[in-house]
Design a protein around this ligand. Structure first.
Ligand code: RB5
Length: 146
C-alpha cells in the first residue's frame, strides 16, 4: 500500500520519525514535505497530500501540523477525502471501522511520538467494518459532496 505523508514545520520532526517507522511496517511512503523546520503554510502541504490521495495515486494520506486541526480542515475540503484527526488509538481504530477514513491528521504539539506510532499502526492495520449502517452514512457524505 502506498502512503503519502506531509507536514508543516510544526509537524516536521514527528514526520521524520514516522517515515522509517511506516516503512518498517511494510508500506511505501512518499514525503510531500516540508523539507525542514523553516516555516511553511500548512494548507499548501495538506492540499497536495489530499489531492494525491483523492486522485488515487496513494491509498492513504497522513498529515501533521502543530495541532492537526489546520491540516484536517484543509484535507476535508478535497472531494473524496475523509480525514480523521486522532489523538489516541481508539479514535484511529473507530475512524477506520466506521468512517473508512482515507487520511489521518495528527498534532505534533498535542501528542508524543510513541502515541503517534500507535495511532499510525492501528489506523493502517484496521479494516473498514463494511456494516450497512456505516456504508449508508458514508454514502450520505458522498451525496452531499456531489
Ligand atoms: C503553525 O504555527 C500552526 O498554526 C500549525 O502547525 C497548526 O497547528 C495549525 O492548525
Amino acid at each position: 500500500m502506498k502512503i503519502a505523508i506531509g507536514s508543516d514545520h510544526g509537524g516536521f520532526a514527528l514526520k521524520q520519525e514516522l517515515i522509517p517507522f511506516i516503512e518498517k511496517l511494510g508500506f511505501d511512503v512518499k514525503d510531500f514535505g516540508c523539507p525542514d523546520e523553516n516555516s511553511v503554510d500548512y494548507p499548501d502541504v495538506a492540499f497536495a497530500v489530499a489531492e494525491a490521495v483523492a486522485a488515487g495515486e496513494f491509498s492513504r494520506g497522513i498529515i501533521i501540523c502543530g495541532t492537526g486541526i489546520g491540516v484536517s480542515i484543509c484535507a476535508n475540503k478535497v472531494k473524496g477525502i475523509r480525514c480523521a484527526l486522532c489523538t489516541d488509538e481508539t479514535m484511529a481504530r473507530l475512524t477506520r471501522e466506521h468512517n473508512d477514513s482515507n487520511m489521518l491528521a495528527m498534532g505534533a504539539r498535542i501528542i508524543g511520538s510513541e502515541a503517534a506510532k500507535g495511532i499510525v499502526s492501528t489506523w493502517l492495520s484496521t479494516p473498514f467494518s463494511k456494516g450497512t449502517r456505516h456504508i449508508g452514512r458514508i454514502s450520505k457524505i458522498e451525496k452531499y459532496e456531489a
